[in-house]
Ligand binder design. Sequence first.
Ligand code: CMP
Length: 143
Amino acid sequence: MEKTFIMIKPDGVQRGLVGEIIGRFERKGFTLVALKQLAVSRELAEKHYDVHRDKPFFGGLVEFIISSPVVAMVWQGEGAIASARKLIGATNPLSAEPGTIRGDYGITIGRNIIHGSDAPETAQSEIALWFGEGEVSEWEPTL
Ligand code: CMP
């Protein structure tokens, strides 16, 4: 079953949106297979956003991600990667549709609340980067 990496960024945590976001994923029908709140090291933030290393916003993005705790999760389900991206909405909250997480709660691209893997390869590498062996439960609901 497909797994995707989801991170609630410092703004989402500080604004008290953790429960709301987890609820949206649960109600959609995805299965939570890993969850932790953590203070992110600079090394982890830089590795996670390595693809953006040459972008002008890279430094500010890393500083923001390490500024206060994030909630890292792995959600599982059929088509979880693409479907989670739909729940999350466009990268720029101003362009994100109402009804999506960023569309409902965000205004600024640098404070867009949540990250979700964009493809199977990135989901796999992000899950391996953020979670150790044994931290991801292998289970599927039976109901
Ligand atoms: P995310 O989905 O985590 O992936 C890359 C992140 O870079 C993105 O969400 C934004 O938080 C951030 N980002 C993208 N473009 C900009 C920008 N122009 N200015 C600041 N941050 C950006």
